[in-house]
Design a protein around this ligand. Structure first.
Ligand code: 8YV
Length: 332
């Protein structure tokens, strides 16, 4: 007698090696496309699935979770998990996994790339040359802001924040950080990082780099009052989530010169961009690609696929967000 295989839905095109991990172990429904599944199609195709492998740009609303009665795991590709209502998923006994660690260094590289690009006006200067406008220089030709020996403020000293701080140390920067929790003495020592209040971080940093996850507490936690505290010469970098920052307030802060510029990889309503941001000279904007190196994106897909495979084999996934569900699996 042939045993029926569990169904796994892959919501969007992923690196093929991740599909191969699951092939043979599950009945796969693969949306081999770069188009996101619309909610009606997601609802239809996820019916009967025990696992869903998905970029964390796919949202799972509470009603949808309730209607997926066979679902055991949503394996997010990405470290963030604000695309899923974790409390509802946990109540329903649905495991949620993410892909931490594998993207830390790559994301930190990109945060630093934004920091360098905006402060030394790399993108602006590149555009100038491409437009064939270079006829002469001047004493303050594309004069930017120094990075070395400046103060780097890390808002959220998790894995990625710490990796950005390490890069800052390489540029002889002074490191300040603010986080809901003070870091260990060891980590503070390694990074030569000083814990300060959020206000002090904003007041004293030349660069503020945002690395907190999006939660109800952190939503719009950098808004007008916070931007007004920042130095006029300072630069805001955001590679975490757009909604941590009040985008309209950033536009105003740059227009009214409360801050000197911003490097943003994430936005409030991706892939839509506030049109006012597009009209600013002193911003560098990228389409949510901080973790996007070939190796890292492949590793993220593989890790998510292994998380599903673990559940198929009755083992605990390597990176679970809601561990309590694994500890009491017989919820429904
Ligand atoms: C990915 C991210 O953008 O890991 C995250 O939380 O935001 C990025 O690394 C991306 O969502 C891949 O699915």
């Amino acid at each position: 007698m042939t045993q029926t295989k569990s169904k796994v839905l892959i919501t969007r095109r992923v690196y093929p090696e991740a599909v191969e991990i699951l092939r043979g172990h599950a009945e796969l429904d693969y949306n081999d496309s770069d188009d996101r599944l619309e909610s009606a199609e997601l609802l239809r195709r996820a019916q009967g699935a025990m696992g869903i492998l998905t970029p964390n740009t796919q949202r799972f609303q509470v009603e949808l979770l309730h209607s997926l009665t066979d679902l055991r795991i949503i394996a997010n590709i990405g470290v963030g998990f604000d695309n899923v209502d974790i409390a509802a998923a946990s109540e329903l006994g649905i495991l949620i996994s993410n892909t931490p660690d594998v993207l830390t260094e790559t994301t930190a590289d990109f945060a630093f790339a934004l920091l360098l690009a905006i402060s030394r006006r790399v993108v602006e200067a590149n555009r100038y040359l491409l437009e064939d406008r270079w006829t002469r220089g001047s004493i303050d030709f594309f004069a930017g802001h120094d990075v070395h020996h400046r103060t780097l403020g890390i808002f959220g000293l998790g894995r990625i924040g710490a990796a950005v701080a390490r890069r800052g140390r390489g540029f002889s920067m002074k490191i300040l950080y603010h986080d809901a929790r003070k870091a260990s003495k060891d980590l503070e020592g390694e990074l030569a990082a000083t814990f300060v209040s959020k206000e002090q971080l904003l007041r004293e940093s030349d660069f503020v780099s945002v690395h907190v996850p999006l939660t109800e507490e952190t939503r719009k936690s950098i808004a007008e009052p916070q931007l007004r505290l920042m130095k006029k010469t300072s630069i805001l970098i955001n590679t975490s989530r757009g909604a941590v920052v009040d985008e309209q307030a950033v536009v105003k802060a740059i227009q009214q010169k409360w801050i000197a510029g911003a490097g943003l990889d994430v936005f409030e309503r991706e892939p839509r961009i506030n049109p006012e941001l597009l009209n600013l000279r002193n911003v560098v904007l990228t389409p949510h690609i901080a973790s996007s190196s070939e190796d890292t994106r492949r590793e993220m897909c593989l890790m998510a696929a292994r998380n599903i495979l673990s559940v198929l084999n009755g083992r605990r996934p390597e990176s679970l967000v809601n561990r309590s569900v694994w500890e009491s699996p017989a919820i429904r």
